[in-house]
Design a protein around this ligand. Structure first.
Ligand code: GN1
Ligand code: MG
Length: 369
């Protein structure tokens, strides 16, 4: 089957190398070497992305806009097949895309230093900044209500109601945590109903593995653009908080390893604002710290919901995997809340001294905190 796909792109499996690549949970990604060229081949998970052509349309519109308004910006778009299609459908129904492999690039799964955090935050900020004049009403929603916190909360409540009694018992402590932090949902609802936060073009999956770096830890570009659609900037900054601040990832079972690296917070703040500082409204800026609470809480809800729903969304590599991921995210949320006074202080320091909204501080590779 892969052979047929490659033929659609004028390539052949004979003499090619193909191996799984990256750590995405939803799509299946491979590195392909064919005709002495490297590529990324990806099977779109159409159980989740039910309308893959929405992704194609969005990326084509954005690519055209960026080519006109910011030539030279590295936008890693899918390649066209011999028939001129951005997606190739296998006879067995799977949808594939082929991307060029960005030469000299690599991705990382865990941040090593603040420079990587700064660079990534700057890249994600730059993307939204470049698209500030783009008409968002042209975009489709590849995933409807993706980061809709009230919807995630409702899905959680339904999952609790429908879950087996043993699962409800197993998850009792985490279910309590959901209600303990319900004020996050209330703040979100107030903010959104007051239309205080504008919709922008955002990436919606700002984990560090979605940035390609060069060997000097400079960010080259963004990848994994399937969830690019209109949304709130809170989604992008919040998911950076969720995935950059702790040295331990969402997969970590030893929850004592979860802690907050304040210097990485400063790097996200200065990196993102170096691009978006002049664009964000005052209300958006006031909710910079809130973004992390919103996204960590949402991810905890999503993992917990999936545990209660028998892992139908994320899958599980061992029994209780999604419950553990939810525990991990609640620990992170509690650590994050404890660090809020320090975050506020860092923001004040940066704003007063204005010394860090430059790349200067991150020029050198710095040791991990
Ligand atoms: C999924 O597929 P991947 O790993 O890029 C999920 C994100 C979650 C992430 C958690 C479409 O992203 O929203 O934050 O897992 N993507 C989708 O690891 O649900
Ligand atoms: Mg993704």
């Amino acid at each position: 089957m892969i052979d047929d796909i490659l033929i659609s792109y004028g390539l052949s499996l004979i003499g090619s190398k193909i191996a799984p690549y990256g750590s995405g949970l939803i799509n299946h990604t491979y590195k392909l070497t064919a005709n002495n060229q490297n590529y990324i081949l990806q099977e779109i998970n159409t159980n989740i992305f039910k309308a893959p052509y929405h992704i194609v349309n969005n990326l084509a519109l954005i690519e055209n806009y960026i080519n006109e308004t910011a030539p030279g910006y590295l936008f890693v778009a899918p390649l066209k097949s011999l028939n001129g299609d951005f997606i190739v459908k296998a006879a067995t129904g799977e949808h594939y895309r082929l991307f060029p492999f960005v030469q000299g690039s690599h991705s990382v799964d865990v941040l090593k230093n603040e420079k990587e955090a700064y660079e990534a935050a700057k890249q994600f900020g730059k993307f939204t900044c470049l698209l500030k004049g783009f008409d968002i009403s042209l975009l489709e929603y590849p995933l409807r209500n993706f980061h809709d916190l009230p919807l995630r909360f409702d899905q959680f409540k339904i999952a609790v109601k429908n879950a087996e009694a043993t699962k409800q018992e197993e998850a009792a402590a985490e279910i309590n945590e959901v209600y303990k932090h319900q004020h996050i949902l209330e703040t979100y609802n107030q903010l959104i109903s007051g239309q205080e936060i504008p919709m922008r073009v955002v990436h919606h999956d700002t984990k560090i593995s979605n940035i390609l770096f060069d060997d000097e830890q400079n960010a080259l570009c963004l990848v994994d653009l399937d969830t690019v659609m209109p949304g709130y900037y809170l989604s992008d900054v919040g998911d950076m908080m969720r995935t950059y601040l702790s040295p331990a990832s969402e997969e970590e079972k030893d929850l004592n390893k979860i802690r907050i690296r304040e210097d990485f917070f400063r790097a996200i703040y200065t990196g993102y604002l170096s691009e978006m500082g002049a664009i964000l409204t005052e209300t958006e800026k006031e909710h910079f710290i809130f973004s992390g609470k919103m996204m960590i809480y949402m991810q905890a809800l999503r993992f917990l919901t999936d545990f209660l729903n028998n892992d139908t969304y994320y899958g599980a590599r061992y029994p209780g995997h999604n419950l553990l991921r939810a525990q991990n995210q609640f620990r992170l949320l509690n650590e994050y809340v404890n660090a809020e006074p320090a975050f506020n202080q860092l923001i004040d320091e940066v704003n007063q001294g204005n010394h860090s909204i430059t790349e200067h501080r991150y020029n050198q590779t710095q040791p991990s905190a």
